[in-house]
Design a protein around this ligand. Sequence first.
Ligand code: PFF
Length: 479
Amino acid sequence: METSKRGQWGSSFGFLMAAIGSAIGLGNLWAFPYKMGKTGGFAFLVLYLILVALVGVVGMLGEFALGRKTGKGAGGAYAALGKKYSFIGWMAVISPFLILSFYAVLGGMVLRYCLGFLVQIFGADGFAGQGSGFFGWLLYSGQSMILFFALFLVCTMAIVMGGVQGGIEKFSKAVMPALGVILIGIIIFVAMQPGALEGYKFMFKPDMSLFSSPGSFFDVLKTASGQVFFSLSMAMGINITFGSYLDKQKSLQKNAVIVPLFDTIFAVLAGMMILPACAAFHVDYAQGPGLLFASMQKVFLDGMGGQAGNIIGFLFYFLVFIAAVTSSIALMEVLTSAVVDRQLDKGKEPNRKKTALLFAVLQFLIGIPVALDALGSGGAVVKAPYELLGLTTESAGFAMWNDCWLDFYDMLTEGIMMPLGALLMSLLMGWVFPNLVKDECEQSGHQFKGAGYFKFCFRFVIPIIMVIVLITQIQSFFL
Ligand code: PFF
């Protein structure tokens, strides 16, 4: 089978677990709460949920159908529809490239916290004498940032090289439920802390004031839409590739609902853990990419304290690390398999190990600014984009693309390439190949439900939202 020659997930790698494993990761635990914290709580949550239903479920079905119909990964799938569409597939390869470079920096930080708590269990100090202020210290510790970033990349690369995803799959079947349980445990602990209520209000109390100003409405819409792509691993070739391995008997529609559903549950749970914790332990909601680390450190060290805090802290970060690795291997796999496929097409013997190594080195190089700019806190070894632009933390404003290198890479992918990819994909599914999704869904003997809804979303809703997102993104350069 070609699949085994390409050395990808292979048929034993349970489709749903693989798709859920790739979807649930730092996007849910780290990005969702900080983006909600930065852009206004309830308004973000509502827009996010609407976008999951309109863009997430529909777009995911489109990608699954495209993959299964053509039996190809992203590059090949679009080319199979017509040579002139192959650039869409290539765009879907550039995004994982940029995303993995910052994903691994964050994964490295998770690893650092995990080791810190492990050491503390054995009585030593795992946080350089900084306690709950460790995050601020770590950001400026270039050596640690680089070391753990590299370590995370090496873990990802080793798995992709060795093709031991089978093992990871079994592991992640245990990890996802365990992560769910520990999240709920921490949520309950945080709920009992004085002051936590404000966090729930921030998330769930209807507050439409944001919608009274069109500028901030569009900003929140843009951020929420980027987050949907990131969290559901959309417009990155992942879902197309998964679809290409899906058995023709399986219901595409069911999978396109289950994956976003689980993913969203995990994101909301992470929000319910972090935002009330911020309220109880006086951490600024709007502080940006450091929110998870800063708030959880207070929960484990100051809230729980002692050995209980060390053990729960270790378990938490260990599970987050595994969730992040199951996502990062998917990201590196898209890149590696794109090259391996091309080598096979040209009749060359593919070299998967060399390819994975090459990508890991490139990821490392482009991730260096992300690891060394102290997430834009200012005055670090590498200047953040706003500093290069001659702005200060105050004057940089809400733009959320020039705050730090991480936000800049995020803007290029979630802000531009992914909406553009989704726009083109839905135009193709809505107008150029209007029966592709329906035929592919019915192929397994399942009835295609909600045909009118899907058609309307592909033709109008997704394209319109994507155009708004793109315009908002372009405008934000001139803020
Ligand atoms: N969806 C993952 C997350 O939320 O953490 C990130 C991700 C994984 C994006 C794999 C893209 C991808 F191909």
